[in-house]
Design a protein around this ligand. Structure first.
Ligand SMILES: NC(=O)c1ccc[n+]([C@@H]2O[C@H](COP(=O)([O-])OP(=O)(O)OC[C@H]3O[C@@H](n4cnc5c(N)ncnc54)[C@H](OP(=O)(O)O)[C@@H]3O)[C@@H](O)[C@H]2O)c1
Length: 351
């Protein structure tokens, strides 16, 4: 176990009893990979899914674990529960874990816009978290990658308005959608995650439609960005599109600032932002793409150029692996912050 950043005293190591709720899903699987890669200090691991998966075996760091149900997981009172099991599961079960003393980091949309819950991208606003926060919300995948690039630019130039078009991976819809695309490639019939074929198609429809004509996904981009950047004066509008891509989400983002900018300075700001990688050299066809973002934790920004149709306005193209920085990595980074800042009281072991 790598212990450097978790060391308390020479003879004590912070160790965590961790539950992964939704361990059999797309995000859950990546969550386990990220926990292992980052050597998160786990003393006991509880893998949780729906009743239909109880008893299923999953391996983690060479050991085999049996999937358990939510009741058994709450009774175990883990220190941290990483939830990615859908909104209704979170609404019902996150408070039960919180009551048992567990800190929940939730990937669903259930708690994101709750005024009493923190919506956290660690590079931007982890310092808002306190020990009282027993349910912490992980933002939507499309929002996370966008605010990673917007936050440092907002600090410097103050954002007025953002126009977003997304090109979102099928992995954002979970295992059912990946199966739909695989079936369509193979020319086989099967369960449909979308109302139409996704193979050789683009669906201007991510999540459900609201009465105002926008999809929930589009409104998440608007509301979550305002909450994370802590600025309700920013105007945003979005069109979210599902494309037959597996490696990550791409976004065309047009940003109008209050203040003018020098492109070279703006590029430097992005270059110096932790977690952001500028890939932008059109001379040699360098720009972010999901096939290169897949499996990586960074957010890639390219096609950075001035929008000449109006003052103080920028175009950029932002790509990230929605299952990693858009979900699992961001959640694990929050957990790491809770540990390293002593925000949760972990189980202690003598070594
Ligand atoms: N995919 C992304 O890029 C992404 C990004 C950010 C956030 N999210 C959010 O993360 C959550 C999971 O997404 P996903 O893509 O991983 O979906 P998924 O592949 O469909 O997996 C869903 C997981 O939730 C479990 N689950 C479903 N109903 C349950 C219940 N009643 N009790 C306990 N566990 C239950 C499933 O267990 P079984 O296998 O037993 O059914 C499975 O482990 C969603 O809320 C989604 O909005 C996803």
């Amino acid at each position: 176990m790598t212990i450097d950043k978790y060391v308390l005293l020479p003879y004590q190591i912070k160790i965590m009893r961790v539950a992964v709720v939704g361990a059999t899903g797309m995000v859950g699987e990546v969550m386990l990979k990220v926990l292992a890669e980052r050597n998160f200090p786990i003393s006991e691991l509880f893998l949780v899914a729906s009743e239909r998966s109880i008893g299923k075996e999953i391996s983690f760091k060479g050991e085999t674990y049996k999937v358990i149900g939510l009741n058994d997981a709450v009774a175990a009172k883990p220190d941290i529960a990483l939830f990615s099991a859908g909104g209704s599961t979170s609404l019902e079960w996150a408070p039960k874990f919180a009551e048992a003393g567990t800190t929940v980091i939730d990937n669903s949309s259930a708690w994101r816009m709750d005024a009493n819950k923190k919506l956290v991208v660690p590079e931007i606003n982890a310092s808002n978290i306190t020990a009282e926060d027993k349910i912490i919300a992980n933002p939507n995948c499309s929002t996370i990658q966008m605010v990673m690039a917007l936050a440092p630019l907002h600090l410097k130039y103050k954002i007025k308005r953002v126009v977003i078009s997304t090109y979102q991976s099928i992995t954002g819809t979970g295992v059912k959608a990946v199966q739909q695309l695989e079936n369509e490639y193979a020319g086989e019939k099967g369960e449909m995650a979308y109302p139409y074929p996704i193979h050789r198609n683009a669906l201007p429809h991510c999540d459900v439609f609201e009465e105002n004509g926008y999809t929930k996904e589009e409104l998440k981009l608007v509301r979550e960005t305002q909450k994370i950047l802590d600025d309700r004066t920013i105007s945003l509008t979005a069109t979210a599109v599902r494309v037959p891509v597996a490696g990550g989400h791409s976004e065309s983002v047009n940003v109008e600032f209050e203040n003018n900018f020098e492109l070279s300075e703006l590029r430097n700001i992005l270059n110096e932002t932790d977690g952001v990688v500028v890939q932008d050299n059109t001379d040699v066809n360098t720009y972010p793409m999901p096939i290169y973002a897949e499996g990586k934790d960074d957010v890639f920004v390219g096609r950075i150029r001035r929008d000449h149709s109006q003052p103080n306005t920028l175009n950029m193209w932002i790509v990230a692996d929605n299952l990693r920085k858009g979900a699992a990595t961001n959640a694990v980074q929050i957990a790491e912050y809770l540990v390293s800042e002593n925000i949760i009281k972990p189980s202690l072991s003598e070594v």
